[in-house]
Design a protein around this ligand. Sequence first.
Ligand SMILES: O=C(O)CCC(=O)C(=O)O
Length: 297
Amino acid sequence: MPAAAAEKTTPGLTAEDRACYEADGFLVFDDVFTPAEVEALRAVAESAKIRAEHQARDGYLEKTIHLLGLTAKDPAFMDLAKDPRIVERLKPLLGPDIQLQHSKLAAKPAAKNAGPFGWHQDFCFFPHSNYSLAAVMVMLDDATPDNGCMYMVKGSHRLGMLDHASADGLFTGSCAESRCWEEDPSKVVAITPRAGGISIHHCLTLHGSPANRSGRPRRGLVFQYRADDAFQFADGVWADTGVLVCGQRRERVRCEAGVIRLPKTTRYSGNPFGDAWNQSGALVDRQSFLPERYRGK
Ligand SMILES: O=C(O)CCC(=O)C(=O)O
């Protein structure tokens, strides 16, 4: 559907949706995209170029692979990142000015019992000056407990940043505070949108996904969004980091995050805290930030 037509008919969130997000830290919607749209997205995800990149990754048959910079790989993914059916649902949560922080294909392999992904809070990977960040997963396959759907801990977005460090202080990517999902199993919810459905979760919502027991792949397209006034403190920037999906750049930073532990990793050569100080990736025209008379100098 052309973006302008969709915008007229696309709902945002109801008051009930907003109350649920506030209380639980996540939302699930089925039938956001039609079967034909899902089919078209699957075809792109299965294209020779993306398949080759996926298969070039170490352990792709056993591990969940996250192929980052997805919107730069095909315009269909950039269109999806900006689709009003997603963006209108985000505006009540993040405000009118929204950027992409990253995008990825999240592919859990078909091999039996492959690809468990540990409990974590997204924000701890890429801390920002405020918590106005939310991730959207668009399912290309039905998400089920059998194929390693995500699980989320209700209300965990109100726990603040949890410990994700090893004893010697390196960021591990997995939460070390198991009481948060073990203490009260009634708070642990399977997130099961069908293909074409989406989930939206807060950047502090504790989540993870177990191994795939189904023998079939489980693929989702993940878009991490941030409010324009959220300033990134650590981790990488990808080609599409900082791409504006709606509204404007206000060139303001809102600080509410308090004390933040920076994730120190060995992933980046030279800088243990990543290259976030750039704030934007190669797709963003940095000249556009400057007044006209300084551009091209
Ligand atoms: O692909 C998965 O199952 C996990 C995805 C996830 O947790 C994330 O992207 O933060």
